[in-house]
Design a protein around this ligand. Structure first.
Ligand code: NAD
Length: 358
């Protein structure tokens, strides 16, 4: 089997975590008899430094020709004062748009040994395993009209929350399909008591349910969902929701797990290249010091094997290797309890690699 992966390490700790995760990726592919062709390109601040733009056309062209992209992160203080269209984040937004990545998958997983890192009581979050699916290319962040204009002698800001039927249907199907492969529970989150767009959302999602008899569908208003996520998060299996609600709820879910360094993500298109990246940013405060936690990126590689490379057994092996390393007590500084020894980014990558190949 032959697969192609493009590495976009980007800026700051992106370089370090992608390097550690790439070794794990190569080993897992080899174990599965998969011949991985790996290439690398520029994005974000490092692309600006080299070419003057955050998403060079060579990077876009390379991304369109692979099965999956592994991204580290973009941005940092060095590029903060550039005009908006030249900022590193534009590189990432442009890539998501060009690849048509409409489904953002953010698992919130908390292995029992790390339960004390959560801001919630350990018993509420130990062995947490929920998946938030956020619609990524529609909704209020992209709706027109938008802007700020003068009306009746004062400035008025406005945005438009819009979803068409086909946008709702395709993200809902991702929700049903993934719920069917997990524990069979799908919760669709909306604000149908107030918003017409949410009423359409609920109607369309409900209409699909008979096609997925193994999935139990429920609906929840977004304000209640935020409350339930911190009250009893383990009641959820898969949550599917729109762009803005998903943006907020996935950050709430992230905090349930206590550490940004542990959270992977995937963004999928209807077909073609998938994008895999840790949820965290480029952490300029610790960049270049071998302090970053590479586990979010390594777990993102696991998602890559599951969703883009069609090798779920390799994904399971990576997830298990990470779980074992944590069970053995190894920690990077961000997840280590006070006074406990920690390992660096490279050493953590090697520990996962050793666990994987042994
Ligand atoms: P951040 O996620 O980079 O860092 C927040 C805090 O968490 C920092 O204290 C950092 O040291 C720590 N942290 C993050 N990842 C870690 C890891 N793997 N291991 C250990 N500690 C980790 O968020 P920020 O500080 O708000 O942003 C820094 C830069 O990253 C900004 O330029 C921002 O625009 C960019 N950013 C990029 C992305 C992306 O590329 N997807 C996402 C978020 C932020």
């Amino acid at each position: 089997m032959q697969k192609k992966v493009l590495l976009l390490p980007g800026d700051g700790i992106g370089q370090e975590v992608v390097a550690a995760a790439t070794e794990v990726m190569q080993a897992a592919a080899q174990q599965s008899g998969c011949n991985l062709e790996i290439s690398e390109a520029l994005i974000g601040g490092s692309a600006i430094d080299a070419t003057g733009e955050p998403l060079p056309s060579a990077t876009l062209a390379a991304a369109e020709q692979v099965d999956a992209v592994l991204l580290g992160g973009v941005g940092g203080p060095k590029w903060d004062d550039l005009p908006t269209h030249l900022r590193p984040e534009k590189g990432l937004l442009g890539l998501r748009q060009r690849l048509g990545l409409f489904a953002n998958l953010r698992p919130a997983l908390l292995s029992a040994p790390l339960a004390s890192a959560s801001s919630l009581k350990a018993e509420l979050v130990a062995d947490l395993d929920i998946l938030i699916i956020r619609e990524l290319t529609g909704g209020i962040y992209f709706g027109e009209p938008r802007g700020v204009e003068v009306r009746d002698n004062e400035r008025v800001g406005f945005n438009t929350l819009v979803y068409s039927e086909h946008e709702i249907e395709r993200i809902a199907r991702v929700g049903f399909e993934l719920a069917a492969k997990r524990n069979g529970k799908l919760c669709s989150v909306d604000k149908a008591n107030v918003l017409e767009v949410s009423q359409l959302w609920r109607e369309k999602v409900t209409a699909l349910a008979p096609e997925y008899p193994s999935v139990e569908l429920s609906h929840m208003y977004v304000d209640n969902a935020a409350m339930q996520l911190v009250r009893a998060p383990k009641q959820f299996d898969v949550i599917v929701t729109g762009n803005m609600f998903g943006d907020i709820l996935s950050d709430v879910a992230a905090m349930l797990t206590g550490s940004l360094g542990m959270l992977p993500s995937a963004s999928l298109a209807a077909s073609g290249t998938g994008l895999y990246e840790p949820v965290h940013g480029t952490a300029p405060d610790i960049a270049g010091q071998d302090l970053a936690n590479p586990l979010a990126t390594i777990l993102s590689v696991g998602m890559m094997f599951r969703y883009s490379l069609d090798l779920p057994e390799a994904a399971d092996r990576i997830d298990n290797a990470v779980a074992k390393v944590l069970e053995q007590g190894h920690r990077t500084a961000d997840i280590a309890a006070a006074g406990v020894d920690s390992v660096g980014c490279q050493a953590m990558g090697k520990l996962v690699l050793e666990q994987l190949v042994n």
